[in-house]
Design a protein around this ligand. Structure first.
Ligand code: CTP
Length: 415
């Protein structure tokens, strides 16, 4: 993931160098943007050497004497679109005020307006400036807008005073960045296989049977698992989506191709999540030439496709298997039946007729049914948040299955 680190002009600007290192440990690609005042405290070269890329210091970076060119005129938009997050540390009182009012008079403040990525701000200043009602109002305005504020620490300040205003510790800022980006480490060491999207079954060289799956839920799962530290293999039917950074993408089209890909790669995996909407039937004999229009009715003969999830369950080992159930009626009954019949550990069920759920939506409303009898109805939330709740449940099941069962009367593991 790529983030921009905005450094503004305070004594704490030197601490931003340490922050770069810490963020790089999270495998984040850091683009540093410095205000003019920041450059009075630290040289851009420090950040350029740490990140291996040019530090952005000017709105219009013209070569000596020459007028600014088109690249510099649109650079802030390009950076704004590329980043997954903007963190500003340290943020001076002046920068806070500009952010709160939407002033865009340099690269950093323009980037703040131009990006739709989440923003994290770590203020640092003299205690009186921090406690001034103007600053506090600006902080509240930013917070109300969804900006994550990493409060300054109390202590001895460079100006000789003692109080709140010292830049929060590097660890606290890094933690806030990771939280906002959904980076956790609870899937370190796990390999997750995620299937996504629809499958297609050809009728003839120009027509096929498919379904309305957009792949968004599966891609969100792959993204979330990767951010939490898993190695991710994403086996996807045709979708219009960009695969999340860092996942190994295997593109397939038909159910047969997905079946082969899943069975081949599943042996490497500790978790399999089958979010794909797999075609249940395919034409018995697809035509090799385009079917011509006739006067009468056309009957298609279809045969069932292999059930990938059920076949996987046969050699399950201690792999956690997650299936989906997209239903239009009797959701719970169908989900419980699929949990049993497919020998899955978890079934994620949703009623696709509900507003805000199902195909091609940004949100989903799901219920989770687990092999140990838990039933959890989640409210409407983004597919990324749903993905994280599913992964939480996977971890819970993983820990439950690793608990050593104690035989009645025999000593438990702790005795
Ligand atoms: N699935 C699969 N292989 C298939 C069909 C489905 O692996 N050939 C998986 C899906 O990826 C999903 C789960 O099984 O995780 C349930 O899919 P669904 O289509 O809801 O269930 P079906 O068993 O096909 O039952 P029905 O369509 O009749 O509801």
């Amino acid at each position: 993931m790529k983030i921009a680190l905005g450094v503004s002009g305070g004594v704490a600007a030197y601490k931003a160098a340490e922050l770069v290192r810490r963020l790089q440990q999270e495998k984040l690609d850091v683009q540093v943007v410095m205000t003019r005042s920041a450059q009075e405290f630290v040289a851009p070269l420090t950040f350029a050497a740490l990140t291996g890329q040019k530090v952005i210091t000017e709105m219009f970076s013209a070569d000596a004497g020459a007028p600014a060119n088109v690249e510099s005129a649109i650079e802030h938009i390009a950076v704004a679109q590329r980043i997954d997050l903007l963190v500003i540390a340290p943020a001076t009182a002046n920068v806070l005020a500009k952010l709160a009012r939407g002033i865009a008079d340099d690269f950093l403040t323009t980037l703040h307006l131009a990006t739709t990525a989440p923003v994290v701000v770590a203020p640092a200043m003299n205690v009186n400036m921090w406690e001034h009602p103007a600053t506090q109002e600006n902080v509240e305005a930013l917070r109300a807008r969804g900006v994550r504020i990493v409060e300054p620490d109390e202590g001895y300040l460079a100006c000789g005073m003692t109080g709140a205003g010292r830049l929060a510790g590097v660890e606290a800022i890094a933690r806030a960045v990771c939280e906002v980006l959904g980076i956790r480490h609870d899937f370190d060491g796990e390999t997750a296989l995620v299937t996504a999207g629809p499958t297609c079954e050809d009728l003839d060289p120009v027509r096929f049977l498919t379904n309305r799956s957009s792949g968004k839920m599966g891609y969100a799962l792959a993204d979330a698992a990767g951010r939490r530290g898993a190695r991710v293999i994403l086996i996807s039917g045709p979708t219009a989506l960009e695969p999340p950074a860092g996942v190994e993408l295997v593109s397939v089209r038909t159910t047969e191709e997905m079946y082969r890909a899943v069975l081949e790669r599943a042996t490497e995996c500790t978790v399999v999540i089958k979010a794909a909407a797999v075609a249940d039937y395919r034409p018995v004999s697809p035509h090799s030439k385009k079917l011509k229009r006739g006067a009468g009715r056309l009957t298609l003969e279809l045969e069932p496709t292999p059930d990938i999830l059920s076949d996987l369950a046969r050699e399950k080992g201690d792999r956690i298997l997650v299936g989906f159930a997209a239903e239009t009626d009797h959701v719970s009954e169908h989900a419980r039946e699929k949990l049993r019949a497919k020998r899955a550990d978890l079934i994620v069920a949703n009623d696709v007729t509900q507003e805000g759920a199902g195909f091609d939506h940004e949100t989903n409303i799901v219920s989770l049914f687990t092999r140990d009898g838990r039933e959890l109805s989640l409210p409407r939330m983004s597919k990324f948040d749903v993905a994280n709740r599913i992964l939480d449940e996977v971890l819970r099941l993983r820990h439950a299955s690793r608990q050593v069962p104690t035989v009645e009367g025999a000593p438990g593991p702790d005795t």
